[in-house]
Ligand binder design. Structure first.
Ligand SMILES: C[S@@+](CC[C@H](N)C(=O)[O-])C[C@H]1O[C@@H](n2cnc3c(N)ncnc32)[C@H](O)[C@@H]1O
Length: 237
């Protein structure tokens, strides 16, 4: 299995070989795959989504160094001072501002002295990007349907200051993608999330949001816009 280039670039200047690692927000497990290929001693892959946990098990579960854990990163059942490498690859864009502080606390609590942290994410899109309209629609429909905004794009400077305020020393910033290629499959996936939320709303509002999702899929097709960045930190305290 190939390690995605973004993950490989984010890890290639980090010392991973022989280290105990945590992938925070395992999703498809791409960062776990990257950590394994860099020679990690073991990797705990944590997600709060059952289907994602299954995907990770199917993808890398055969490797005896991996433990996949279904848990909430705001209160993760792992001991203090444990992990020498922590990755959050594309985690924070699905974390709200209300959830962010507790996750930063927990990632810091489980980090061993001298640990490395890699935070990769998408910068806020320029207003001129059509994808920004689709993400805004997804957030509006999600918030109306569930009271929770599904997406938040944090500037690198904000995540940097969050972790610096938790005692992490900033080491470097890298660009992983510029621009980010949002494919027609990404567009469809995000439109589907908006449509699903819209379908749970009564009456004209749900219909109007669905129609807007359809219109944006037609208009956007695919688009290259925005940046994906990588921040690296060390925990010296
Ligand atoms: C976009 S995916 C990350 C991609 C992944 N790191 C990779 O490299 O393939 C985000 C993941 O974070 C998980 N997540 C979001 N909030 C979480 C929380 N509070 N606790 C645990 N997992 C969380 C989501 O369920 C999802 O599995």
């Amino acid at each position: 299995m190939a390690v995605p280039e973004t993950v490989a670039t984010a890890l290639d200047d980090r010392a991973v070989a022989g280290k105990r690692c945590l992938e925070a927000g395992a999703g498809a497990g791409s960062a776990t795959l990257g950590l394994l290929s860099e020679g990690a001693r073991e990797v705990f892959a944590v997600t709060n989504d059952r289907e994602h946990a299954e995907t990770v098990r199917e993808r890398v579960g055969g490797d005896g160094r991996v433990c996949t854990l279904e848990a909430d990163l705001r209160e993760v059942p792992l001991p203090d001072d444990t992990f020498e490498v922590v990755t959050a690859h594309a985690l924070f864009n699905v974390v709200t501002t209300a959830e962010l502080p507790a996750i930063a606390d927990e990632l810091t609590r489980v980090a061993a002295p001298g640990a490395q942290l890699v935070v990769d994410d998408y910068a806020p899109l320029p207003e001129s990007a059509a994808m920004a309209d689709l993400f805004a629609l997804e957030n509006a429909a999600g918030e109306l349907a569930t009271g929770r905004q599904p997406l938040t794009f944090y500037p690198a400077s904000l995540l940097r200051s969050v972790f610096e305020s938790h005692g992490w020393t900033f080491e470097r910033r890298r660009t992983l993608l510029d621009p980010v290629p949002w494919t027609d499959s990404h567009v469809q996936t995000h439109a589907d999330v908006a449509r699903e939320a819209a379908a749970s709303l009564d009456g004209d509002l749900g219909d109007a949001l669905t129609a807007e999702a359809d219109r944006l899929v037609e208009t956007i097709g695919s688009e290259s816009a925005g940046e994906m960045y990588s921040l690296a930190f060390r925990f010296d305290s």
